[in-house]
Design a protein around this ligand. Sequence first.
Ligand SMILES: *Cc1c(COP(=O)(O)O)cnc(C)c1O
Length: 366
Amino acid sequence: MRVRYSPLAQQFADIDSIFDDLRALVASGDFTLGKPVREFEEMFAAAVGVKHAIGVGSGTDALKIPLRALGLGPGDEVITAANTFYATVGAIAEVGARPVFIDCDDTFCMNVDQLEKAITLRTKAIIPVHLTGDVAEMPRIMEIAQRHNLPVVEDGCQSLLGEYKGKRVGTWGAATAFSMHPLKIINVWGDAGIVVTNDDEMNRKVRLLRNHGLRNRDEMEILGYNSRLDSTQAVIGKWIVRKLPDIVVGRAAAGAYYDQGFARIPQVRVPPRRDYTKNVFLLYILFVKDRDALLKHCIDKGIEAKVHYPIPLHLQDALKHLDYKVGDFPVSERHCREGISFPVDQHLSRAEQDYVIETVNSFYNG
Ligand SMILES: *Cc1c(COP(=O)(O)O)cnc(C)c1O
């Protein structure tokens, strides 16, 4: 059996209505900040349950632009988790600030016990990352942030519609970044990102910053970027955001099914699941013995297993100047050695999942 990683071919199997909408867009010539962008932003804000959603060029820009709106720049520090995806630190670096890492725990979210100790006089923001689709310990993070008067920008790129005790990702921080890259929960046909916020002033600034800082056609209020969500991508976004509730139900069910199946295999460890978070399973990561050999075995058996991510950020060449070393973030480092990712999505069949579980079981137990 072949078990593919990406569900995109199934996702976009029936797209005639998208082409009808794209034809109408082309006829209108409304390509930059056009009507589909506004419509998509409204639909997205309603789906998350926030006041404002602002489409931008990528998930990375959806982090960078709120950091700029908060006034961050050179000399400032931003605390985030050492096990995040490259883009989180890329966004911090792009505004000229310095990423400061703390470790994660086995939920893949930041270890909040380390947060307060990492705060210095230069700290200007905290970015909790809701990695893999689970949700960081937001009440404690918000309490610490408020005590130190620090803004929180959520990296929600992996946890669209994730919840902590019924409260959604995107409703905690000053702003939250989401991505619609082809590997995220909802996908357009290329790069796209979106910022959500309940704060009117943040909304105003992000709208300025994504479009050259322009207040209107002729007046530039602040220096900004060209980071608009393309109208063409917004057409795809409108089509797929309607499916978001079903996508999330499907992913969560697939994750729960793996959890049950893998719980019976002694050589693998299912990450701890908290019954008060809603995990939307962008990634399904298992901690295993002999990871590299298992990875090869699965690939040989037709399963597109992967590793997210083999090298922790603090040991990447690009971040040498931060002077971190092996052993600084032992949990993140262990995840790089023991973690294996299996396909998980709304289109994966139970037969495919059974095959993945049985392939892992046969690797260890014949
Ligand atoms: C994908 C991702 C991003 C950035 O998204 P892009 O759209 O690829 O720029 C940021 N943070 C995390 C945790 C991500 O997974």
